[in-house]
Design a protein around this ligand. Structure first.
Ligand code: CDT
Length: 307
């Protein structure tokens, strides 16, 4: 079996509240067809791909926003995507809002193999933003009101001829996310994101959003010798601008493909999973060089304790 996986990063432009799931799924299937034309085996879609990024609004009772959550996947509106992908023999990674039968709400992502088999579901671990309504903001980022943090460590699963992990948006800013997967031998990390260009708590960071986006994913890739695929939902959505710059990053930390636009756009990378070992067996030979006996604070302590 070849260890080269041809991957399509399927960036989506804005999804407005009035856009139906059916319309969004049609756009996603169009990107899937483009991916088939490029010989892709795996297509990666953004975080909360099926709807607008609804945590920008606040409602006291989260149930008022049930329309944005999936109670089943595939469901009636998403079944055509699952069917077409299986028909084309293309696997995919899809971010969505999950409402479980027992009422839990997660920001989730699924990985589906080329034959349509569900490989894994990942639930976002690092939930950013705020819990309560913040009246002084131009828009809300109330993810902590709408989602519980995922209860499981970022996992790694055998798929696409390698070891594949997932993370979602804010997870990509935390080195722990990558390392937990790195310690499971990850070779390919798939990440969807929605990142507003304006960071309300500290606007000085606005002009650095693209830099920080690349910085964290390039560092995570290099320091763990893994491929990283980051895919945006981008552009002006309900008056809020979100960064684009979807990219495919090699284990060297180099960007090998990057989006040009803030619209629906497919970028393609030929990802050789064997390249990971050049880093994992040398400079980042964890078993040889790491000092876990000195890292107890990483898992034993949450906030900084300053002397
Ligand atoms: N979706 C998501 O996690 N977005 C955050 C925005 C910054 S925190 C308000 C991110 O880390 O990109």
């Amino acid at each position: 079996m070849s260890r080269i996986v041809t991957i399509g990063a399927a960036q989506l432009g804005p999804v407005q509240r009035a856009d139906s799931r059916k319309e969004v799924v049609e756009r996603m299937i169009d990107l899937l067809h483009q991916a088939a034309g490029h010989g892709c085996e795996l297509v990666v879609y953004p975080e909360l791909a099926l709807t607008t990024f609804f945590p920008r609004w606040y409602v006291e009772d989260v149930a008022e926003f049930d329309e944005f959550y999936e109670r089943e996947l595939p469901g009636p509106d998403t079944q055509p995507l699952f069917d077409e992908a299986a028909h084309l023999g293309i696997g995919f990674c899809l971010g969505y809002a999950e409402l479980t039968p027992d009422g839990h709400r997660y920001n989730s992502q699924v990985l589906v193999e080329r034959d349509g088999r569900l490989v894994a579901r990942y639930r976002k671990v690092h939930i950013p933003g705020h819990e309560a309504y913040e009246p002084d903001r131009p828009f809300q980022h109330a993810e902590r009101h709408f989602f519980e943090p995922g209860p499981d460590e970022p996992g790694v699963w055998p798929a696409f001829g390698g070891l594949v992990g997932m993370m979602i948006c804010n997870d990509r800013r935390w080195p722990e996310t990558y390392r937990v997967m790195g310690l499971q031998g990850v070779e390919l990390i798939l990440c969807g994101y929605n990142t507003p260009a304006h960071y309300v708590p500290d606007p000085s960071q606005d002009i650095l959003q693209g830099f920080h986006n690349a910085l964290v994913m390039q560092a995570g890739a290099y320091q763990n010798g893994t491929w990283v695929v980051g895919v945006a939902k981008a552009g002006l959505e309900e008056g809020v601008d979100a960064i684009a710059q979807s990219c495919i990053i090699a284990p060297s930390g180099q960007i090998v493909a990057q989006a040009f636009t803030s619209a629906d756009e497919l970028l393609v990378g030929r990802c050789d999973l064997d390249w990971c070992r050049r880093y994992q067996d040398t400079l980042f030979d964890f078993d040889r060089y790491r000092r876990p006996e000195l890292y107890g604070r990483i898992s034993g302590q949450r906030g900084a304790i300053r002397p």
